[in-house]
Design a protein around this ligand. Structure first.
Ligand code: BGC
Length: 763
């Protein structure tokens, strides 16, 4: 038996030798022939085993040989495993699959490699603020290079859920509030992870998540329901999933929530009709963690077997943790579950393994020599530092307080100033915090040899309530200081008094955002706020280096502090990157991809305000218009906003024609000049506003951007081609991408608020 399997397993390699450059369809035919032969030898149980994705369990503790998971692997009941770290451990588990199971089918090793591996890049929300597609692609490429050297061939990323609600902790994992920008980022991430070939041992398979619409969870509460209508779903939220699929993402993760009232994991319309038939997706669909058995929580099924049948027949291929699909043998035998559906799912799983080259070499991702060379290597760290510097957003800089001079005495104060585990940000499964610097160390290194003095005090705990702090610092990252609030404050005030400038490293801890970290209070935590109030009384210049994994409310800070740098969580190199920006080695260029509200009660909140009756454009209270009585409609900082240490002027904005035929093209051009005295990067943004359309459109929606680096005095012309692709929308009747005749406002500017407009007549 084994012999024939060995022959089957070697087949693709032989075929490659026989024909050096087979056309794509020949390759596909070869893959299908290989999979057909393999499936012909598989029992029903073995086919179902391919659909099973248990979590690693006690394998992590080195008990691989004795664990149940290991026994299941031997019996061919495991298709993949996830979040097992380390090439050695993975090689051992793969060996069990290849040498000790009947057919020797290799297993997939997945992980949440969300924003880097050991070299950690900024959290996705921060990374998006760079608007730098090359850098974003490179970050994914480096993540793949490191993860694949350590045994991983599949990542549960990119997360492309568009979100308009800062209460949702997982807003940190996505690209923000805009579907156009989110789509470009989704494509860049897929390109970065998968490269030009999945067979390359330094690339890994991407998994687009959470399909679909997870970013709409009601009231920003984790795992909650979503209720968009199709028109808004397609125009506001679906595009990044489609963009990732069009870019060739190999897998898709079904979301926890429902769509049209049916849980995504068992939603035939979503997985089969839309994703596969309409969008032409050819990869496999995996559930989210226990998503299959949660059909019972949703109250649409009464038991796990029924849930599994519904999910499989809806188009789910792989079941994360529930172990529902793997147990369907009886149901298939007695005709309650379709055998065809089992075959289709098994085929997709084997195709994925084939594409990754696992049948050629099941250990190709466990190269310990490569591991030593690439993981956390200086080149990757340098790249991460650069990208971190691009991702921070300078919100305020009165009287050019920043960049700071490297002289005099600097007081560094705050609970985020000297903490290592908080640097990488949420969802950094492979992080090695002990190898990252704290902000204090980063500043100290930057000041080395300058004669400038750095003083440090923690100043306060994260918040007064220890129980709340424990929730916000999960996973053993407790930072609690046993001293009284008064003692900590007194220490901080005494060093601040001796300083010329105060740098406050404050805000959220990294686990205050991310999965299951929804919050209704998104202001500066109380103990830190009180500390800032006391510091402000000293009358010294204060720079707030603000940590956050979500948009937060910074009203008091904006009114009372001269400089605010939104530093998010920028990964393993955060500390050096913060020093780079504070001392001007790097000129900040990031721009917000979520607007910052004035009050949490404004959520859900986006610059993509739909045209509405009784508009209140100014946002101040005006009876019988759409507004609040006690807070302006406007954001505190708009989408697309961010300052630089230099200034940019926009001139000569024109359309090459004010009239465009429906199938024609017109160019929008603008000249951007660096009018300041430092080199800097500017993100030029193109918005449109379709004045009259069959389906209601936003007043402003992003449809283009360009990131330019300009030397002092340098000018560059930026051109955007306007056509049906760029200007259209999914019209309400049958959700087809359409451009209608009428007037379109074309706007260009440095952020979503400060734009100039030219009118385009489409006819
Ligand atoms: C999350 C996913 C993640 C999965 C595996 C789930 O709880 O929603 O985003 O990929 O766990 O860790």
């Amino acid at each position: 038996m084994k012999k024939s399997i060995v022959f089957v397993i070697l087949l693709p390699a032989l075929m490659c030798v026989a024909c050096s450059k087979p056309a794509a369809d020949t390759q596909e035919a070869q893959m299908n022939a290989f999979v057909d032969k393999l499936m012909a030898q598989m029992t029903l149980e073995e086919k179902l085993g391919q659909l099973n994705l248990p979590v690693t369990g006690d394998i992590v503790t080195g008990q691989a040989r004795e664990s149940n998971v290991a026994e299941d692997i031997r019996q061919g009941k495991v298709g993949g495993l996830f979040n097992l770290k380390g090439a050695k451990a993975i090689r051992e588990v793969q060996r069990i699959a290849v040498e000790e199971s009947r057919l020797g089918i290799p297993i997939l090793f997945g992980m949440d490699v969300i924003h880097g591996y050991e070299t950690v890049f900024p959290i996705p929300l921060a990374l998006a603020c760079s608007w730098d597609m090359e850098a974003i692609e490179r970050s994914a490429q480096i993540a793949a290079r490191e993860a694949t050297a350590d045994g991983i061939c599949w990542t549960f990323s990119p997360m492309v859920d568009v979100c308009h609600d800062g209460r949702w902790g997982r807003i940190s994992e996505g690209s923000g509030e805009d579907p156009y920008l989110g789509s470009r980022i989704a494509e860049a991430m897929v390109r970065g992870y998968q490269g030009s070939s999945l067979a390359d041992s330094a690339t890994m398979m991407a998994c687009v998540k959470h399909f679909a619409l997870y970013g709409l969870v009601e009231a920003g509460r984790e795992y909650n329901n979503v209720y968009p209508d199709d028109f808004h779903a397609f125009n506001e939220y679906m595009q990044p999933y489609k963009a990732a699929v069009d870019a060739g993402a190999g897998s898709v993760m079904a979301a926890f929530n429902t769509v049209h009232g049916v849980p995504c994991t068992g939603n035939k319309w979503l997985l089969n009709d839309l994703l596969r038939k309409q969008w032409g997706f050819r990869g496999f669909v995996v559930s989210d963690y226990c998503g299959l058995e949660q059909l019972q929580d949703h109250g649409v099924q009464t038991d796990k077997e029924q849930s599994a049948i519904q999910c499989l027949e809806a188009g789910l291929d792989m079941d994360m943790v529930s172990a529902g699909l793997v147990a369907l043998a009886d149901a298939v035998r007695d005709g309650r579950c379709s055998k065809k559906a089992v075959d289709a799912a098994c085929r997709r799983m084997l195709q994925a393994k084939y594409k990754l080259g696992l049948f050629d070499n099941p250990y190709k991702y466990c190269d310990t020599a490569r591991r030593e060379q690439v993981i956390l290597c200086p080149e990757h760290r340098a790249e991460a530092r650069k990208i971190a510097g691009e991702s921070m957003v300078l919100l305020k800089n009165e009287k050019n307080l920043l960049p700071l001079q490297k002289r005099g005495t600097i007081a560094l104060i705050g609970p985020l100033a000297d903490t290592r585990p908080n640097m990488s940000g949420t969802w950094a499964v492979a992080a090695v915090p002990e190898r990252y610097k704290t902000v204090r160390e980063g500043l100290q290194d930057a000041l080395q040899g300058t004669g400038a003095k750095l003083l440090y005090a923690k100043g306060s705990n994260l918040m007064y309530d220890a129980a709340q702090e424990a929730i916000g610092t999960m996973f053993g990252r407790e930072m609690r200081d046993a001293r009284s609030a008064e003692a900590m404050r007194a220490e901080a005030i005494s060093i601040a008094r001796r300083a010329d400038v105060i740098v406050a490293a404050m805000g959220e801890a990294s686990e205050m955002s991310g999965e299951c970290s929804s919050r209704v209070n998104i202001e500066m935590p109380d103990a830190q706020h009180d500390m800032l109030v006391e510091l402000a009384k000293l009358g010294k210049p204060i720079v707030l280096v603000h940590f956050a994994g979500r948009p937060t409310v910074l009203n008091w800070e904006t009114d009372n502090l001269p400089a605010i740098l939104e530093s998010w969580f920028c990964g393993s190199e955060s500390a050096d990157a913060i020093a780079d920006v504070l001392f001007g080695e790097v000129n900040p260029s990031g721009k917000l991809t979520v607007q910052l509200p004035r009050h949490v009660g404004q959520y859900p909140f986006s610059y993509r305000q739909m045209r509405t009756s009784r508009l209140n454009p100014g946002g101040e209270f005006n009876k019988f218009t759409t507004c609040y009585a006690d807070v302006s409609n406007t954001p505190l900082y708009p989408f697309g906003y961010g300052l630089s240490y230099t200034q940019f002027a926009y001139t000569n904005f024109l359309l090459t024609d004010s009239v465009m035929p429906l199938d024609g093209k017109v160019e929008a051009r603008v000249t951007v000049t660096n009018t300041g005295s430092r080199a800097g990067a500017e993100i030029v943004q193109l918005y449109i506003g379709d004045r009259v359309a069959k389906g209601v459109r936003p007043y402003k929606e992003l449809r283009g951007f360009e990131r330019l680096t300009l030397q002092p005095g340098e000018s560059r012309e930026v051109t955007f081609t306007l056509d049906a692709d760029r200007l259209g929308y999914y019209e309400p009747a049958d959700l087809k991408w359409t451009l209608e005749a009428g007037e379109i406002e074309v706007m260009i500017g440095a952020n979503s608020r400060d734009t100039e407009m030219r009118l385009l007549h489409v006819q």
